[in-house]
Design a protein around this ligand. Structure first.
Ligand SMILES: [Fe+2]
Ligand SMILES: [Fe+2]
Length: 283
């Protein structure tokens, strides 16, 4: 028997805001980046409002990844080292990790999946004309935000459904529509719109469980890349980077994105390496 959901889509979004599921700082950092003419100083002061984010940022800046001769001790320096856009990525990733890791097994799994998808998107963007690397990363990171919201706010009604369908995204979305009247793609997109993320990101998240026909893919590279990235990440889970490279090379959207055949091995390898490293840095 289906359990009745507690909230409508809009009530759910209000609830997310009340619960402060997503920290203000991530929203603010995102706003800083969208405002033309802002710099390291504005970004540093937005980050400094949140001690947890500041601490994490320093930890990342001082990680072996950046190989600094002397440790960075100020947020401003950390932002300088990590870079303006990567700071925003990190702020959003940390906010998402707060919703994922350490909560429940299901949420941790979704969080890992989204982080790997983000890494895959970023690496694919190197080869795709007209696909912005930051936008690609954030789209990957945010695409299953709706799942994380449902897991945290509608756990009772949602967890059983998630257990049954989580490995098949399109079926999961259909089951959500039956039970809640909307799916996690629509919910995530509505939430990102409230947080004023870029329209291209919102649209790609909204459409990530609809069939991606070649004409749609040509119009939205980020959406096409998201479809491919999801399949790559699943392939990594099944058979490691070799299987992911094979999936990329024969993917129907690969031709639309014009990623050269020879690049798939490199992309698949980078997903595994960077994905593992990102998980480590965030924990
Ligand atoms: Fe999804
Ligand atoms: Fe997904």
């Amino acid at each position: 028997m289906l359990l009745r959901p507690k909230y409508s889509l809009n009530e759910l979004l209000d609830h997310v805001e009340e619960l402060r599921v997503f920290p203000d700082v991530a929203v603010r950092v995102n706003e800083v980046i969208r405002k033309p003419g802002t710099g390291i100083r504005e970004m540093s002061s937005a980050v400094s409002m949140d001690p947890v984010l500041s601490g994490r940022l320093l930890k990342v800046a001082n990680s072996p990844f950046y190989g600094l001769p002397r440790p960075a001790s100020s947020v401003e320096r950390a932002v300088q080292i990590i870079g303006f856009h990567s700071t925003r990525d990190l702020a959003l990733a940390l906010a998402m990790s707060g919703m994922g890791s350490g909560r429940t097994e299901e949420a941790a799994e979704v969080w890992t999946h989204t982080l790997y998808t983000a890494v895959a998107m970023r690496h694919m963007a190197r080869y795709v004309r007209g696909l912005d690397r930051d936008e690609a990363f954030i789209t990957g990171l945010m695409h299953d935000l709706g799942v994380l919201i449902l897991l945290s706010v509608e756990a009772e009604a949602y967890v059983p459904l998630h257990h049954s369908f989580s490995s098949q995204g399109a079926l999961l979305a259909r089951a959500e529509q039956v039970q809640f009247g909307f799916d996690h793609a629509a919910l995530g997109a509505a939430c990102l719109q409230r947080w004023r993320l870029a329209d291209g990101i919102v649209a790609a998240v909204a459409g990530h469980h609809q069939d991606c026909l070649p004409e749609v893919a040509r119009r939205s590279k980020v959406l096409a890349a998201l479809h491919v990235a999801s399949d790559l990440v699943r392939a990594v889970g099944r058979g490691g980077e070799d299987q992911a490279a094979q999936v990329g090379a024969v993917h129907p959207l690969s031709a639309t994105l014009r990623i050269p055949q020879a690049a798939w091995g490199i992309i698949a390898h980078a997903i595994v390496e960077d994905g593992d490293e990102m998980i480590e840095m965030m924990s």
